[in-house]
Write a protein that binds this ligand. Structure first.
Ligand code: SF4
Ligand code: MG
Length: 313
């Protein structure tokens, strides 16, 4: 269970008592071996911050990660670093433009002093093939490639230390729609071949429906729903998830209209509403919702379907 808080300075426009931005609040999640766990929610919901914590790029303010059941302190992180890799949204800024592809791919190995120079070069040659790039890509530079090809390079780099888990933070959203399905299929194939897990961060529910085994829904840094993909898409339990799903256009079926679409904006995480943080936007809100925060618990008759709502479906 982790939280990430960003203390805000007492300077500038908002001078006054120091505020705390609660980007991630008491989130408890486990990614299982070989699964794709999708992390969804609007921008500002804390998805990327949580992904950075999982990838070891950011320390949680409270709580700690466990890897194979063992809490991760500073020392464990050094050993586990190669097991968890990250692929970012923007393949244009994620790769150092001055490095040839071979160096980009082997950099995680060099940093962790894994293998000899010759072994690392062999590994890079193997990996460019696995992500569908020609061997001569190794000697070229990122600017010589398209966005989709650059994301392939980023995936090869993430795969270099043979990780158990890849955190993929919106890996498709900077790409043309025609390229997105190619990268998605590549990620699926790689997963089948290696049995690795993905923590797949996305706001695109159509993609999530295509790829995920389970889905975790974040709202204002809180985990509000966690369920098997099919169960969540067929019968969401939390009103926020229901509203998110209602906003997805369905080809051939027209737009589902159940009057549950989202109204208003997500409140500032600097000043979250009391009680259930979703209550100002919730069509089902009652008095209790304005006062008592709901716990994340199984929905009635659905032991593996968790939702944080006083009136779960
Ligand atoms: Fe809506 Fe209340 Fe459920 Fe929150 S607890 S999601 S406000 S019904
Ligand atoms: Mg983000």
């Amino acid at each position: 269970q982790v939280s990430v808080h960003f203390p805000q300075g007492r300077h500038g426009l908002f001078a006054g008592p120091a505020a705390v931005l609660r980007a991630v609040e008491n989130v408890s999640l486990a990614v299982r071996p070989g699964e794709t766990l999708a992390l969804v929610g609007e921008s500002g919901s804390g998805k990327s911050t949580l992904g950075q914590v999982v990838a070891g790029l950011r320390d949680p303010t409270a709580g700690a990660l466990k890897f194979h059941g063992r809490p991760m302190g500073k020392t464990e992180w050094r050993a586990a670093r190669k097991a968890i890799q990250i692929v970012f949204q923007d393949p244009f800024s994620a790769l150092d433009p001055r490095m040839p592809v071979s160096d980009l791919i082997t950099e995680p190995l060099r940093i962790q002093r894994l293998g000899t120079g010759a072994e690392r070069r062999r590994r890079a040659a193997e990996l460019v093939g696995q992500v569908g790039l020609p061997l001569d890509a190794l000697n070229r530079y990122p600017h010589e490639f398209s966005g989709g090809q650059r994301q392939r390079i980023a995936i090869a780099r993430a795969l270099a230390p043979d990780p158990a888990l890849i955190v993929a933070d919106e890996p498709l959203s900077a790409l043309d729609v025609s390229i997105q399905s190619q990268i998605l299929n590549l990620m699926k194939t790689i997963q089948e071949e290696r049995g690795l897990s993905y923590l797949f961060i996305s706001h695109d529910l159509a993609v999530v429906n295509h790829l995920a085994d389970r889905v975790a829904v974040l709202y204002l840094g809180r985990l509000v729903e966690l369920a098997e993909r099919a169960d969540l898409f067929a019968k969401p339990s939390h009103p926020y998830t229901a509203a998110l799903l209602d906003a997805v256009p369905r080809i051939g079926r027209g737009r589902r209209r159940r009057g549950r679409s989202l109204k208003g904006e997500m409140p500032s995480p600097l000043n979250p509403p009391p009680g259930c943080v979703f209550h100002p936007r919730c069509p089902k809100a009652q008095d209790i919702c304005r006062v008592t925060p709901p716990a994340l618990e199984p929905a009635p008759g659905r032991p593996r379907h968790l939702a944080a709502c006083h009136f779960k479906e």
